[in-house]
Ligand binder design. Structure first.
Ligand code: 4AD
Ligand code: MG
Length: 436
């Protein structure tokens, strides 16, 4: 008799070899099915892997065998069978089924081999269960877990910030406006400004939440809604901030390599490369970066932003992450700390991922002086009155602090060497994609 109190194991447990010769209960979806006259081969899938099973009428009886002959891929089944080592089967094991129940006969699955990217994106709700996406999502989960693990172990508190905001955090052109009871507000571009006040209560804080940018750029690295890991730390200067970024990224890369080796292998990702990411990144000033780009033949002048092509040139011959520090004030945000050693610049930094990938982190020491913040806002033609609350936190025990934001989706895209950032997230949001 079938019942849900039965002890099911996962397919990954079989593939680990511990169940050879034993009878097991499995539940999952039909990944592939090959029907012959005297037997049906089913590749059964669950979140942990795929295993070959074989169903014969002599073992399961005529009625169940008829069900096996009738079912299509993605049907939901529970099975009982004996595990046998079999070098011809994927993963090296086969389950010889002696009982099977089809819990749901699937309709004909729309996704077949060799379909266009557009078709797969339209059917994202179904494509998610593919082996590729399952592996990607398992790595994504590990990135989130490892990030939280590192920060908690380093004394940070996880907190939350509003997604509806009345002031902009980064560039104005990329704001999503929302109608809010007759008033115009925005979807947040960064949680930084609501994170900073919280460090006066908690000293070390982080948030893992979406940020929204009306990015018209249709690149492989831009989402309109992306997951942003933002960190703020009191009693922390520019160098302390960079050290924090190095340790965090290195911890995430090593954790993925150590805890998701099977997924990396199936996705064709080099694990050694991730294990080699030490918390000591290459480092260059913005001025040095511009000179380097010029030496590689790029038309770029001091004062211009480092965009995709320059990022590629700066990172294509590297295996390590690259910190670029002290960008000019004109191309960065008003809240960054004045750099007394070179007043044209702020004490800020970006982190670029190697192999031509480019920016994954933006960060800075924060300006602690209320008047300087006001002057910065006036210089860029903004109204300090709108930022009163933000400037206020510099009036009551203003503390040296720094912070940064990691583009989590970009980091995952780099880790997995994916062609496009949309492949690292369950339901991507881009200029041209809001369905499903
Ligand atoms: O460099 P950004 O704009 O910095 C900030 O928002 C700061 N307020 C963060 C902070 O200091 N708390 O964004 C940070 C990172 C970028 O380096 C990039 O990795 C990612 O967020 N990012 C995007 N990722 C995907 N799609 C987009 N459209 C992104 N825009 C930024
Ligand atoms: Mg940036």
């Amino acid at each position: 008799m079938w019942c849900f109190s039965m002890e099911f194991i996962h397919i990954g447990d079989i593939l680990s070899g511990d169940y050879e010769g034993k009878t097991v209960h499995l539940r999952g979806w039909v990944h592939r099915i090959r029907k012959q006259k005297k037997m049906v081969f089913v590749l059964l899938r669950d979140p942990t892997g795929v295993v070959q099973t074989v169903i014969k009428p002599t073992a399961v009886g005529e009625k169940t065998y008829a069900d096996a002959q009738r079912m299509l891929i993605e049907s939901l089944v529970i099975m009982t069978g004996i595990v046998k080592a079999d070098s011809r089967a994927v993963g090296g094991f086969e389950v010889q089924v002696n009982e099977m129940n089809v819990l749901h006969f699937a309709e004909e699955f729309p996704i077949t081999e060799n379909q266009s990217v557009e078709f797969l994106n339209d059917n994202r709700h179904l494509w998610i269960r593919s082996r590729k996406m399952t592996n990607v999502l398992r790595v994504r989960d590990e990135v989130f877990r490892a990030a939280r693990e590192y920060l908690r172990n380093s004394g940070f508190f996880e907190t939350t910030c509003p997604m509806f905001v009345s002031t902009m955090g980064e560039e104005g052109a990329e704001l999503f406006e929302v109608e809010y009871f007759g008033k115009k507000v925005y979807l947040t571009q960064t949680s930084q400004m609501h994170l900073e006040p919280q460090l006066f209560a908690l000293e070390r804080v982080f948030i893992l939440a979406p940020s929204f940018r009306a990015e018209k750029s249709r690149t492989r690295k831009h989402l309109t809604e992306f997951w942003h890991l933002e960190v703020e730390e009191a009693w922390c200067d520019h160098d302390c901030n960079i050290k924090r970024q190095e340790e965090l990224i290195s911890h995430i890369c090593k954790s993925v390599a150590e805890n998701r080796p099977k997924e990396l292998k199936e996705l064709g990702v080099d694990r050694e490369c991730l294990l080699s990411i030490e918390p000591k990144f290459d480092r260059m000033t913005y001025s040095e970066a511009i000179e380097y780009c010029q030496s590689r033949g790029l038309k770029i002048e001091w004062g211009e932003d480092i965009r995709t092509e320059a990022e590629r040139v700066l990172t294509d011959q590297r295996d390590n992450f690259l910190v670029i520090e002290y960008y000019p004030k004109e191309i960065k945000s008003f809240y960054m700390k004045h750099n007394e050693n070179d007043p044209r610049t702020y004490k800020n930094n970006d982190v670029l991922a190697p192999h031509g990938f480019g920016e994954i982190i933006g960060g800075s020491e924060r300006e602690t002086d209320a008047q300087r913040l006001i002057d910065n806002l006036i210089r860029i033609g903004d109204d300090p009155e709108k930022y009163k609350w933000y400037i206020d936190i510099r009036r009551y025990g203003s503390v040296q602090h720094s912070g940064f934001g990691v583009g989590v989706d970009r980091l995952i895209t780099w880790i997995l060497k994916l062609d496009h950032i949309r492949d690292c997230i369950p339901f991507p949001r881009t200029v041209s994609r809001i369905y499903p």
